[in-house]
Design a protein. Sequence first.
Length: 530
Amino acid sequence: MNQRRILLVGLDGFDIALAERFVREGLLPNLARLRSEGSNFDLDPGREKFSGVPWEHLSSGVRPSDGGRWSPVTFDRHTYGATHDYSRVRPFLTELAAKAVIFDFPYFELSLAPNVRGLTSWGIHDPGVAPASRPAGLHQEITNLFGKYPAPEWIYGFCWPSAQKARAAGEALTRAVGVRSRASQWLLKERLPDWDLGVVIVGESHAAIEPLWHGVDENHPLHELDSAPYAAAGVRNVYIAIDKLIGDLERSFSDAILVLVAMNGMGPNEGDVPAMALLPELLYRFAFGTPYMRQVQLRALPDGTPLLAENEEWGELLFTAVPMPPFKARFDRRVVRRLKRILTGNRETGESLHWMPAYRYCPFWPKMRAFALPSYYDGRIRLNLVGREKRGLVSTAEYGNVCRQMSGLVGECRNLLNGRQVASEIYWPKQNPHEVGPSEADIYIVWEGAPLGFSHPKLGRIGPLPYGRIGGHTGHHGFFTVVGSKLPTGIHGFASPFDVVPTVIDLLGEPRPSWISGRSLVPQFALAPS
């Protein structure tokens, strides 16, 4: 196949089911037209959607089971600490002859791809890498031409208790999409026009859905809050702006095959409270027979859903409920290591997890047979295994029994607000615990709904606690659309997100590196006659 120019537009945290609703309302004409003109696939991420690193999967082309990471959180079996690490995986573009330019590609470590130009960590949700550019200075050039990124405070904004903040978040993120559109066109058309593959990632849909989902979800417990109409308008306007961005990019680069991809869908957040706070407390109580979490007094809706005052922050409340434990020597060692990196001029390697309640239980982990790792979506239980962890308490012979014991412990919990089970699935995928890597857990829990409190027959009530993020990675699927003048249209059913990279490589006319996961989808939409 001859080499062809490709423009890949990645839509981070973009829910296609919500977009189709807006299409029916006539709000997204470009997306509607392009999906009618292109070859379309639904992307089923399976359990990989809980990894939290879908863009690392795209940048590397490697699925977790083939050597990729299962989480950005790495457990240190020596110190019993956990870190949110930046990506250090080899980008698939490193192996290609195609000239590539990227704009704000999350989890793309530019230093490992010397043949790629562009920039990272400009204004993206969860960049996964430190800011970098090739050539140097692109961030400042964009600031000089287009101003600073318009919505830095809303990339991880918390605003659902406040109508004023919800309105401000929606307006700022909508403006940010417009700046992203103009800046990416400048980069690809004027500054670095010589490319075979252009990659533009749009993060504002992710940044909007996480704090504003209650506005567009009529079944959400917080849908009747005063902030909900502003949240709905914010999400809608961000999607409209993204639709305009897609149309503008298509027209600016009409010679290119256009690839649209969202690696996963979005929906209500079901993980923040149970994964980050309730599960760690449950395992603490099981280990020590006493609570660590402090009870907090909150207002609530008639159904029991806890509320925060307009100016209250979830993180501050959770610091009150789960305080930092007494300082330990290993924290001293961690500080020394960080100071050493700073003094030697080394780049930061990740983000702090101090804000997450689960992290604040880590000083107790050496004395626990099982503990909850910090996690953004599903629940993750790590066993303190002899021969794997430095101070292991569980022998290999006990592994299966302890996994069953911990699964039963979670299975006995009921949702404090409605009496239902808190988990829809509990599984441990590896029979040999010594195969469990530092980015993995032994036991995984998929939550049922969004349990804001646990009730256990012996360990008592835990919570309830208010929502943190409102939206999360609970959508059923992502999507993949390929549009080109010589490509046929069609709807082709489900594929894997790991099929995207082989398909792009195939469309570029290059051989696929042996370590790339997935398969090319080109045979399913063979090139039409010229």
